[in-house]
Design a protein around this ligand. Structure first.
Ligand SMILES: *Cc1c(COP(=O)(O)O)cnc(C)c1O
Length: 393
């Protein structure tokens, strides 16, 4: 195998198992469920090991054998990925959690981990000939798409709610995307974006409605494993909207185990949502396999204002299989946690990210996390993207 190769083989439905060629663009399976990229992991094993990783690039293409882009020239980058894993001792001491970390995704291009997913999706679609994209967004995904569209000289059409955080709208404009403000929520933006995609033949990169954003997000799982010296933490706390990150990391762990890089030990995966929009928490508590649409969704954590997730069944499956859980926190607690993290740890994170910190008390109370466990909270976005939230303390 050439040292720059990808071992991508095909696409496979996560529900019915139907296979599709990875040489052409596909969205969802004909059964309506999510497609995953599949790799020849036996072949990938020949070149990936902890030693060979030492001389590699520090971005999402670091594990290029198990990433979907075949042609090295199409592995575009703005420096996404390889974010720091920061121990937060001051808060940890207060909560009597001895191994508490933040994975600071706010340091990614455009200030959120959305850049990982859109870097992968845009790069792969580019390789397959796509030059015009459309996305419905709560904000960050639109900013990320706009940046990679600029980088690849392609076109981005961004559909977002009228009340999208102000700075993110400014950001998307600055990055040169075509903006469309929509009355309603991300689900309304999604419907309009889908119509436009069909009408103008634009490629829709909605969360998990094409297979490659999850491939970009899975790199968070690769990094966690490597940063913890190939032993995964005990707990991952993740602010969940569409769930790409949880789903991507879970896939990454399976791939790493097959490659012989980690054992079968898995973290408890914990979803945090806002009490103003918590469809996954509700479905988890009711023991359901799918989540119901959440009416009148409202929260300062814009990225968590996702009333319906196309991959709800995958998120719920992972939470249960990992013996994790799902909890919700209210906006005031989220805001307090933003300031706490800023003043006690020097880290300014977005409301979605701070929700994971806000959930710690509740998780301790419920006995879901223990003081000596290694706990990673996902700091999915930078606090710089929501100046209005800081100004109104
Ligand atoms: C999109 C977003 C989320 C939710 O991520 P999913 O992977 O869709 O669940 C969380 N935090 C921030 C900052 C986001 O932009």
């Amino acid at each position: 195998m050439n040292k720059e190769d990808s071992t991508l083989t095909h696409l496979e439905c996560t529900k019915c198992g139907k296979e599709y060629s990875s040489a052409e663009v596909h969205k969802l399976c004909s059964c309506g469920k999510v497609l995953f990229a599949a790799y020849d992991l036996e072949k990938a094993k020949e070149t990936i090991d902890s030693e060979s990783l030492k001389n590699r690039r520090y971005d999402i293409w670091r594990f290029h054998e198990i990433m979907p882009v075949l042609e090295p020239d199409y592995r575009f980058t703005l420096g996404e990925g390889w974010t720091p894993l920061i121990r937060i001792d001051n808060l940890g001491e207060k909560l009597e959690l001895n191994n508490l970390y933040v994975k600071d995704e706010g340091l990614n291009p455009t200030g959120s981990f959305k850049s990982r997913g859109l870097c992968a999706a845009v790069s792969k679609a580019y390789e397959l000939g796509v030059r015009e994209f459309v996305i419905p967004t709560a904000g960050n995904a639109g900013a990320a798409l706009s940046a990679y569209a600029a980088k690849t000289k392609t076109k981005a059409h961004v559909f977002m709610p009228q009340d999208t955080p102000e700075f993110i709208v400014t950001e998307i404009k600055a990055l040169g995307a075509n903006m469309h403000m929509v009355e309603g929520l991300i689900t309304d933006a999604g419907r309009i974006a889908k119509e436009a995609a069909a009408k103008y033949d634009w490629f829709d990169v909605s969360t998990l409605k094409e297979p490659y954003r999850a491939e970009g997000k899975k790199t968070m799982g690769f990094e966690l494993a490597e940063q913890f010296n190939w032993e995964l933490p005990d707990v991952i706390i993740y602010p969940t909207g569409g769930g790409t990150g949880i789903i991507g990391m879970w896939k990454a762990f399976a791939e790493l185990e097959t490659l012989g890089l980690i054992s079968s030990k898995r973290p408890k995966m914990i979803t945090v949502q806002s009490s103003g929009c918590a469809p996954i928490v509700k479905a988890f508590n009711e023991g359901k396999d799918y989540a119901e649409f959440w009416e009148n969704a409202e929260t300062i954590a814009a990225g968590l204002r996702v009333p319906a997730a196309v991959a709800d069944y995958l998120i719920l499956q992972i939470l249960r299989e990992s013996k994790g859980t799902a909890v919700s926190v209210d906006d005031l607690t989220i805001k307090i946690s933003m300031f706490q993290l800023a003043r006690e740890e020097g880290i300014m994170l977005s409301p979605e990210a701070a929700a994971t910190i806000a959930a710690l008390d509740l998780l301790i109370e419920k006995g879901k996390i223990q003081s000596d466990e290694k706990i990673v909270t996902f700091g999915t976005g930078s606090g710089f993207t929501t100046p209005e939230v800081w100004e109104r303390e």
